[in-house]
Design a protein around this ligand. Structure first.
Ligand code: ADP
Ligand code: MG
Length: 250
């Protein structure tokens, strides 16, 4: 057993839509340990995004408990939640939300700039993260000058810039072709291994999900299955591995 990072107990979320109650999360219990990489799967409408928004402090649960790194979120003010979000969580969404008028390097530095950190401090870090996602040569390109896969890699580098403990990725390859998706998936593994970042990835790609050491399946607001398997990735039991060939394919 590892050290729990995310502990969710009887999480429920209800929306009122046009006068009707929609019970979207119906009692979720889940613990994710530090350093885990977890795939989350389930049909559209199952509640996956709502669940990520709740644990990412982007949305408030109706009831239940969430703790992150031992800190109970339920009773915290919105400014405390924002502080935890900034300190602990990186997001990668299906649509990257890069700022079109800034280049790749500036987009990666942006979360740090917003925190008031200096460009001088952030620039080497952002450059090394861009190199890590295979985009060292693209630092001065704006999003419009990058392919969809490259844009998502910039979004991943940006999610890493504040050294989050947790990355929440909601269908990050939803708009990418198969080959580009595979390379992106490999990057999540690489980040998990290199930085020890805990990662939860919502995906519709079953081959990817099945390559993960843990797969959580949601259905109608509940967890239908939570399966762990031996990590079958090449080099999974080693401390490091050679540069991934998949990265070059992006
Ligand atoms: P998934 O990501 O698994 O496709 P979601 O979490 O996006 O599922 O949505 C689950 C259900 O909650 C859907 O029926 C959706 O329409 C509903 N829902 C999500 N967000 C809202 C909202 N802000 N207001 C009302 N209903 C919502
Ligand atoms: Mg969704």
């Amino acid at each position: 057993m590892g050290t729990p990072l995310v502990v969710v107990q009887d999480l429920r979320k209800m929306f009122v839509h046009m006068g009707r109650e929609l019970h979207v999360l119906r009692g979720i219990d889940l613990t994710i340990d530090q350093g885990e990489i977890v795939a989350m799967v389930g049909q559209s409408g199952a509640g996956k995004s709502t669940f990520l928004h709740c644990i990412g402090t982007l949305d408030l649960p109706t009831s239940g408990k969430i703790s992150l790194g031992g800190e109970e979120l339920t009773s915290l003010s919105s400014s405390k939640l924002a502080a935890i979000r900034n300190r602990m969580i990186g997001f990668v969404f299906q649509f990257h939300h890069l700022l079109p008028e800034f280049n790749a390097l500036e987009n990666v530095m942006m979360p740090g700039m917003i925190q008031g950190r200096s460009r001088k401090e952030l620039e080497p870090l952002a450059n090394s993260l861009l190199a890590e996602v295979g985009l060292a040569e693209r630092a001065s390109h704006r999003p419009g000058e990058l392919s969809g896969g490259e844009q998502q890699r910039v979004a991943l580098a940006r999610a890493l810039v504040l050294s989050p403990k947790l990355i929440l990725a909601d269908e990050p390859t939803g708009n990418l072709d198969t080959k580009t998706s595979e390379a992106m998936h490999q990057l999540f593994f690489d980040v998990n291994r290199k930085h020890g970042t805990t990662i939860v990835v919502v995906t519709h790609n079953m081959a990817f999900a099945e390559s993960m050491p843990r797969v959580v399946r949601m259905r109608d607001g509940r967890i239908e299955a939570d399966e762990r398997r031996a990590d079958q990735r090449p080099g999974a039991s080693q401390a490091s591995e050679p540069e991934s060939p998949a990265r070059a394919a992006l």
